[in-house]
Design a protein around this ligand. Structure first.
Ligand code: HEM
Length: 416
């Protein structure tokens, strides 16, 4: 190619990018997080460094979560140059509570009382019903409202200063600076012309925390037991993590890189198939009477649920060998016709683990990324082995829990 052709091509590309940039800055804002260059946010930088901005934006989805997991390990994992006994449930629950806190209430409350308060709250909720536990729940909710009040007031003031008018006349967010449930709820309430109070905010956040923390932490503990019970999976997943990191000591996990951990993903889904904190799922009440094609009639106000656990072991649904723990079962399916269907968080027809339809678990993608980050930290930095065999799962009505008091041995890995 001649120098003139290269020059014309380069000039045309620069003109095109400048035009796109001009249009972009004058275009109406969409309600998604925005990212701009710090300092000089000129067209020139978009031309020269556009790709780096894209990469930054992509990484920002995951990066705060990776940082909080690293912090949780720093705080919760004792120094272990030799084999040291730890309670893995505590480590996992703390790591996940930090992630949930970061995602739900933002960086302001990531340290301090909020973390222990949300644990106290969920613990008092899971205690046997009775006046003392109800009073405790209400006490913790009031305390949470007081902690949230200054954050909420600051966010409200910020929003008042920053709203712009859209064609519908409603104030919308112009910056994605705060990406957490406080902001989402605040904006949703405003869009509906309602005021979000600290008490309603505390209640809404605790509802999500309750759905999130116990389910994810118990699921993670079962996964850890499955890894220890299948040392071949442990070795293969360690290799997979090392392969994706490619020996880069400054490696930062992105959503795409976590997606490449396919063996880990498959083990997680297999573990979710054979263990479940609830024996039933998709609990619904018929708002209207309904008759199925085969004549089965559901009267109005009937309460229905589906058998989550037996479904996962049904030979008509799972084949071959539903009784066998095969950590590559879902990986093998992903190499078949539909590679997007059998990843950990997919609510496909071979599982009831996430529920179904519009009310399927809305936190499953968060659970997927969080669990991978927790296991990446553990497996790439530590050797692990059983201390003693965990006690059998504990059944309480339709609920089931792994042995949360089990201990394992950990040791800082020589390869770090
Ligand atoms: C491994 C962890 C988890 C499991 C196994 C799980 C499982 C489930 C199941 C079975 C349902 C009922 C779905 C239905 O009725 O159709 C559900 C609902 C829900 N989950 Fe999860 N979940 C997990 C983690 C999370 C996390 C991390 C969050 C939040 C950050 C979350 C938030 C919710 C919410 C808000 C609902 C109610 C959805 C609705 O009614 O529309 N879950 N989850």
């Amino acid at each position: 190619m001649s120098t003139t052709v290269i020059l014309i091509a380069t000039t045309a590309a620069a003109w095109l990018l400048t035009t796109i940039w001009r249009r972009a800055i004058s275009a109406p804002k969409v309600d998604v997080p925005y990212l701009a260059f710090e300092g000089d946010n000129s067209a020139g930088r978009y031309i020269a460094e556009g790709a780096s901005l894209l990469a930054q934006g992509y990484a920002k989805l995951i990066q705060p979560m990776e940082e909080v997991v690293a912090k949780a390990y720093e705080k919760e994992m004792p120094p272990c140059p030799d084999w040291t006994s730890i309670n893995p449930y505590h480590l996992i629950a703390q790591s996940f509570a930090r992630i949930a806190t970061r995602v739900l209430v933002g960086p302001e409350l990531c340290e301090g009382r909020w973390l222990t308060l949300s644990r106290d709250y969920t613990n008092s909720l899971t205690k046997a019903p009775g006046i003392p536990s109800v009073l405790a729940v209400l006490k913790y909710r009031r305390e949470a409202a007081e902690i949230l009040r200054p954050v909420l007031e600051a966010r409200m003031a910020e929003l008042d200063n920053r709203v712009t008018s859209t064609s519908s006349g409603k104030g919308r967010r112009v910056s994605g600076e705060h990406e957490d449930a406080i902001q989402w709820l605040l904006e949703e309430f405003r869009a509906r012309g309602k005021k979000l109070t600290p008490d309603t905010l505390a209640q809404s956040i605790f509802v999500i925390m309750t759905a999130a923390i116990d389910s994810t932490s118990s699921t993670a503990l079962w996964m850890l037991f499955d890894l220890l019970d299948h040392p071949d999976s442990l070795a293969e997943i360690r290799e997979e993590i090392a392969r994706v990191k490619g020996g880069d000591r400054t490696f930062v996990w992105t959503r795409q890189a976590l997606g490449e951990l396919r063996v880990l993903d498959s083990l997680m889904r297999e573990s979710l198939r054979v263990h479940s904190i609830t024996q039933i799922t998709v609990e619904r009440m018929a708002a209207q009477p309904f008759t199925f094609k085969d004549g089965l009639h559901i009267p109005k106000y009937s309460q229905l649920a589906f058998p989550r656990f037996p479904h996962g072991l049904d030979p008509d649904v799972v084949h071959p060998d539903p009784q066998t723990f095969d950590y590559k079962r879902h990986l093998k399916k992903r190499t078949g016709d539909d590679a997007t269907k059998f990843h950990f968080a997919s609510a496909s027809e071979d599982t009831l683990a996430w529920g179904v339809g519009v009310h399927a678990c809305s936190g499953r993608f968060l659970a997927q990324e969080a669990l991978k980050l927790i296991f990446v930290q553990l497996l790439s930095r530590y050797e692990i082995k059983y201390d003693k065999q965990p006690a059998p799962d504990k059944m309480m009505g339709f609920f089931c829990a792994p042995d949360m008091s089990a201990t394992i041995f950990v040791k800082e890995a020589a390869w770090v």
